[in-house]
Design a protein around this ligand. Structure first.
Ligand SMILES: [Zn+2]
Length: 455
């Protein structure tokens, strides 16, 4: 028997499956001797089957998928190469460089259809495996809907992270009116480089990644970085919540100002100097119109910080003026496939244009003409955190998600995409614009310096 690596979920021993033979044909007994999924992160996942059968096995098909929100058909199928016979070994490797990475903690499932020359077709029992990062020995703690996994730091560190996450979700529900009932998993690494080693196309300094389709956050927080934890966890958790609540297959999505404004709102972290700067720019008529923040933020740190702060202030204005329930209704409308202006009109009686004016007027700033939205170029400065649109698309040949074509180009242009595949525009590995909040960006540069110097 082949040696199985430690990252293998093993269904060893023998299991016998009765074939579902067509009437009039003999049933066949298939004996599974090994049925495994082996991860070799970040590059590949390999499904492997060893089986014996009384009759000669002539055909094997693998069906697999991921348990995540997706607009795709649930399953992909592959025909692995194998040598027909009464004892077979079949395997098929999913190349994540084509499909994009799954987050650590993603749940994959698979089964096999085995046909023999007696006419029996046997479908093996569906297996499910969570993708774990087995380089480290993880501790976990669960508080409410949140499970935190960490591998460096003591129990108190993990408990503190879980407490931050739980209170953040409580605040997101109480203050912003948004609630996600699904279980959430947070994987905490002490060093961003460790995340980049298992998630493709990530810069080594990415501080937090939200995978809304999977309800998973991966974050780089070292023991002792409490202030950073209080920024990055609420920010990324809000991306999970807002991403889940607006999920739809109709092409409607949150504009960047709404997504990032909500995540900054969740941080509960004010930067008075930056807040004052944004208001002064608005009063002077130099602050961009909200419509310019629909798709991407500038990659220049200073401009991006202003955009995050402006987004935060507009979101806070909506919530404080109209109540948290309406924010929930706004996300519901987007989830129902309503484009942002129609959704704003339905819930608030506003459009992006009149919202921008109402917000400016609330502190005496002059209104502005809406800019003709021109795509922002540039992204040379990668932002600290990101929303990963991870692959929930096991089959690279599948059609991209509806709406994905409207997804702005990755902000992190310095992240190379080594594989030019037909799925380049598909969810795999792409990054939606994100970044830390303004305050987090400040922390970031500090953290980067510290990490470069210290470690
Ligand atoms: Zn963000």
């Amino acid at each position: 028997m082949q040696r199985l690596s430690t990252t293998t979920l093993v269904l060893l021993g023998s299991a016998v499956w009765l074939g579902l033979a067509p009437i009039g044909r003999a049933q066949s007994a298939l004996t599974i001797t090994s049925d495994t999924l082996t991860a070799d992160l970040p590059d590949t996942l390999t499904f492997a089957l060893q089986a014996d059968n009384a009759a000669r096995i002539t055909d094997v098909q693998l069906n697999y998928g991921v348990n995540a929100r997706s607009c795709q058909e649930g399953a992909a199928s592959q025909a692995p190469e194998f040598t027909p016979g009464t004892a077979i070994e079949a395997s098929w490797t999913l190349d994540l460089r084509d499909t994009g990475s799954f987050p650590v903690g993603a749940e994959l499932w698979w089964n096999w259809e085995v046909s023999d020359d007696a006419g029996a077709v046997t479908t093996t029992e569906r297996r499910t495996q969570r993708l774990e990062d087995e380089r480290f020995s993880w501790r976990t703690t669960t508080r409410g809907a949140v499970t935190v996994a960490w591998h460096q730091g003591d129990q108190a560190f993990g408990e503190a992270l879980a407490a931050i996450a739980a209170s953040s979700l409580t605040r997101i529900t109480r203050d912003a009116g948004l609630e996600l009932a699904d279980p959430i998993r947070i994987y905490v690494y002490p060093d961003p480089a460790e995340i980049a080693q298992v998630i493709l196309f990530q810069p080594e300094w990415v501080g937090g990644l939200a995978f809304p389709e999977h309800n998973i956050v991966m974050a780089a927080i070292a023991p002792g970085e409490d202030a950073w934890a209080r920024e990055v966890l609420p920010h990324e958790l809000m991306h999970l919540v807002s991403g889940a609540l607006t999920f739809n297959c109709l092409g409607a999505r949150m504009p960047t100002w709404l997504s990032e404004g909500l995540s900054r709102f969740a941080e509960d972290n004010v930067d008075p100097a930056l807040a004052a700067q944004v208001r002064e720019m608005a009063l002077a008529g130099t602050l961009p119109h909200l419509s310019a923040l629909a798709n991407a933020f500038s990659a220049y740190g200073g401009e991006a910080r202003v955009s995050y702060e402006q987004s935060l202030q507009v979101v806070a204005f909506l919530i404080e003026t109209h109540g948290a329930e309406k924010m929930s209704a706004l996300l519901d409308a987007i989830a129902a496939g309503t484009a942002i202006d129609a959704a704003l009109t339905r819930v608030y009686g506003l459009t992006t244009y009149t919202l921008d004016s109402a917000w400016r007027e609330s502190f005496g700033a002059p209104t502005r003409e809406a800019a003709v939205a021109t795509p922002l170029t540039v992204p040379t400065l990668a932002l600290w955190t990101a929303v990963a649109r991870s692959s929930s698309t096991p089959a690279p040949s599948d059609t991209p998600l509806p709406g994905v074509t409207e997804t702005p180009a990755p902000v992190i242009e310095s992240t190379p995409r080594p594989v030019e595949s037909p799925t380049a525009a598909a969810p795999g590995g792409g990054l939606a614009p994100c970044g830390a909040g303004a305050a987090a960006l400040v922390v970031v540069s500090g953290a980067l310096r510290r990490r470069r110097v210290g470690a």
